[in-house]
Design a protein around this ligand. Structure first.
Ligand code: 3VV
Ligand code: NDP
Length: 550
């Protein structure tokens, strides 16, 4: 149980003892509050979702900036024919960990994978592992979730809500737990325009929903899902809202922090700019636009694009873990919520994103683009439908015809259908504005020492958007598509070839249409002869006047 009355925490590798002050704050020998790295020294940390996008960055940052951390227990499941050990060892080989590897080649010794399938009863953790975890874990970061927008409700509920409840149950058995940090999303309450740092009443009592869905067939659940999620756009935001409520209910027994990031994008500074490893959210859209596949999308040019770099989210998460733990005895029995957003502090709009993404991909083109990158966003439904027809479906049809004629399997229409499904799910978020209150983020920043403010920087006022977007686009090229920067001249050459193909195609099309038109209409023929004779007269006049002046 974590709401201990007093506690002495041995700060592991630093050999520095920290103790609870009168206020419940952990203080150093001189009475000052311990730094973040000192707090994590000697601590055992449990992380769920460590193999995911944000989990990886969290593990990396903990190892790099809190090198005295004792052990990181990662709840991992075997997947795609790989054992949990193989998955974790592959993860540690990835480029993201290069800096940690340089600082400490033996960093893997601090990582202990624990086999767990979060959708199974008791999280499918073996009794020995439960024993081990309950006796030593000091802090939990719960990142695991399904973030798919089209996840069937039952599965989203199982993972995002029920697994969270089970993890909270496990947390309550832990003897030395000091903080439970839950990663939610800023869009959990996207049915509201203004979102405060509070937990709103749930759309439905989670337990009742879980009980009633349990006996229902999947087809029935599918049919009633739209009615259940109501004014939320998908099962993801709906179940994340329910999860917050489940977490909040345990806050009288545990010290809890809830982080609500908005749209998490590539890293801003750490461990290097532009790191990204997936197609989620805007990354997939940027790549599709860079490849010249996506030419139109419904989004509001003037709406705020609330992107937040992944390293900012992780720095805030670690700082919130520290703050929750050192203040655990002074907290009221309520979870502290941190809206982790940029819109209210350093706003940037979708129209500006479009401009910078396009110019960045023109400077650093992706390899083997389908067409020259030239995506436009519009909030007009009909306009978007028109461009989908002209710029997506028509070229896909022609290309598939070419593939068929050359004996290959047509594939472009299939790609476009998938793309349309994906962007259709994102449009809700790119067409509207939200306003998040981020006072707790500012409050947390004010509690950091100047040194911690640098090491765990989450001050997004310093973010230079054009530079960030440029690094983001380069990051998608290098780390998602594994393309080499040295191939840029060839990629530019390919774009020039595409431009020439387009010019030739347009000219041939124009001539063809005109010829058809002339052949069928006397009026068109008359206009044609009139224009030609006008040009001829003008040329003769020009030639005659230049002869006279000579
Ligand atoms: C010029 C630019 C202008 C900008 C304009 C505005 C841009 C606005 C952009 C965004 C704003 C919104 C942001 C959201 C806010 C919420 C934030 C959060 O809290 S959570 C995080 C969000 N979560 C998701 O982003 C999950 C979304 N993804 C899904 O739900 C599914 O992946 C879905 C339905 C899109 C596709 O499902 P399937 O079953 O058809 O496909 P599957 O298995 O996921 O992937 C198949 C292949 O396609 C790639 N793929 C996946 N998503 C892609 C995408 N968006 N674009 C391109 N490829 C994608 C995958 O990597 C995979 O590749 P392989 O077959 O393994 O090689
Ligand atoms: N990405 C974003 O834009 C945003 C994300 N968030 C939140 O941040 C958190 C992390 O998101 P992100 O890193 O992007 O998500 P990812 O999809 O990249 O990672 C999800 C993680 O959860 C794990 N997981 C999923 N299902 C199970 C399961 N049944 N048992 C065990 N582990 C499981 C995955 O493991 P495995 O590798 O085995 O599949 C993976 O490690 C989530 O809570 C999300 O809601 C909030 C706002 C925005």
């Amino acid at each position: 149980m974590i709401r201990e009355r007093s506690c002495i925490v041995k700060a592991g590798g630093t050999g520095r003892a920290t103790q609870m002050g009168k206020t419940g704050e952990e203080t150093g020998a001189d009475g000052s509050m311990v730094s973040i790295a000192d707090y994590y020294a000697g601590k055992n940390v449990l992380i769920t979702g460590a193999t995911g996008f944000m989990g990886k960055v969290l593990v990396e940052k903990l190892l790099r900036s809190c090198p005295e951390v004792q052990t990181l227990y990662l709840l991992v499941r075997p997947k795609a024919g790989q054992s949990m050990h193989e998955r974790v060892s592959d993860m540690m080989k990835c480029k993201l960990f290069d800096r940690v590897r340089e600082d400490n080649p033996d960093f893997h010794q601090k990582i202990v994978p624990i086999s767990s399938e979060l959708t199974q009863p008791a999280l499918a953790i073996s009794p020995e592992d439960v024993e081990r975890l309950t006796s030593c874990v000091n802090i939990i970061f719960h990142c695991a979730a399904t973030i798919r927008f089209d996840e069937p409700l039952k599965h989203a509920l199982q993972l995002n809500v029920m697994a969270t409840q089970q993890l909270l149950n496990l947390a309550q058995q832990m003897h030395h737990l000091q903080a439970f940090i839950h990663i939610s999303t800023a869009y959990a309450n996207c049915n509201r325009r203004h979102i405060d740092e509070i937990i709103y009443p749930p759309p439905v009592e989670p337990k009742k929903l879980i009980d009633s869905l349990e006996w229902m067939e999947d087809s029935i659940v599918r049919d009633i899902t739209p009615r259940l999620i109501g004014d939320r756009p998908n099962t993801y935001t709906y179940t994340k809202a329910l999860a917050e409520c489940v977490v909040q209910r345990e806050s009288s027994k545990l010290s809890i922090g809830i982080i609500r990031p908005s749209i998490v994008g590539a890293s801003w500074q750490e461990p290097f700019p532009g790191w990204i490893d997936n197609f989620n959210g805007p990354s997939g859209v940027f790549i599709a636009a860079g490849k010249g596949i996506l030419r139109t999308m419904r989004a509001n040019n003037d709406a705020v694009a609330d992107l937040i770099p992944v390293d900012v989210v992780i720095n805030l998460t670690l700082a919130a873990g520290w703050y929750t733990a050192v203040h655990r005895l002074t907290f009221p029995p309520a979870a502290l919520v941190y809206n982790c957003t940029t819109g209210g502090i350093n706003p940037f709009h979708w129209g500006e994103i479009e401009h910078h993404v396009m110019s960045s991909f023109k400077r650093n083109p992706l390899e083997q683009a389908f067409r020259r990158p030239n995506a436009n966003i519009t909030s007009n439904y009909l306009m978007n439908q028109y461009w989908i027809l002209v710029s997506h479906k028509f070229p896909a049809l022609i290309y598939d015809l070419y593939l068929r004629l050359s004996g290959q399997k047509p594939q472009m229409m299939r790609i476009f259908n998938r793309l349309h499904k994906a962007i259709g799910l994102l449009e809700y978020f790119s067409s509207q504005d939200w306003e998040w209150n981020s006072e707790n983020m500012n409050m947390l920043m004010s509690h950091l020492s100047p040194e911690d403010r640098k090491t765990f920087n989450f001050d997004v006022r310093q973010l230079n958007w054009p530079e960030y977007i440029e690094n983001y686009c380069i990051g998608t090229k290098k780390y998602v598509l594994n393309e080499d920067m040295s191939d840029i001249p060839a990629a530019k050459q390919h774009l020039r070839k595409l431009r020439n193909i387009r010019y030739t195609f347009n000219t041939l099309l124009l001539v063809f249409i005109w010829r058809v038109f002339i052949a069928r209409s006397q009026m068109a023929r008359n206009i044609w002869y009139f224009v030609v004779s006008l040009c001829f007269k003008f040329l003769s006049y020009f030639r005659a006047s230049s002869t006279l002046t000579n």
